[in-house]
Write a protein that binds this ligand. Structure first.
Ligand code: FE2
Ligand code: FE2
Length: 147
């Protein structure tokens, strides 16, 4: 499987997670529940972000740098991680729900940009062989993560 197909498949799962959070977050009444959702999202995003940085952004670094996108993407990952860390420190349920939904919106925008710009850029600039090798590495990483 090509790395772009693997990461896109992960995005599909994230879109369902985002839909679910947007559906249930407004109805939550306890701070603990909001924090559990935020913690789950942080854990999922961390695995995805690590794979994406290593197996997609690094091979494309030169191209992204040239177009001025490299720092923007790193910044967006940091911003989203920062929101989720901040969420764990809040002691007000209304503020926590608002920050969780803000994180989901920021993540949706970020994912959309990757799907429109980065994945097609990878398909155009990396050879089929490289895309498949990176996909294999992704598979190996996931097996380690699930072992
Ligand atoms: Fe990303
Ligand atoms: Fe992504």
């Amino acid at each position: 499987m090509k790395i772009t197909d693997a990461l896109l498949a992960e995005h599909v799962v994230f879109h369902s997670v985002f839909d679910h959070i947007e559906l249930v977050a407004p109805c939550l009444e306890s701070l603990a529940e909001v924090k559990v959702l935020g913690g789950m999202l942080a854990a999922l995003l961390e695995h995805h972000g690590v794979a994406e940085d290593k197996l997609l952004m690094e091979p494309l670094e030169h191209r992204l740098d040239h177009l001025g996108h490299r720092d923007a993407f790193h910044h967006e990952h940091e911003l989203i991680d920062g929101f989720l860390m901040q969420l764990q420190k809040l002691d007000d349920v209304v503020a926590a729900k608002a920050l969780l939904l803000k994180t989901v919106h920021a993540s949706r925008r970020h994912f959309d940009k990757e799907e429109r710009l980065i994945f097609p850029m990878a398909e155009q600039n990396l050879s089929q062989k490289t895309l498949l090798e990176l996909g294999q590495e992704w598979g190996a990483q996931r097996q380690v993560a699930t072992a």
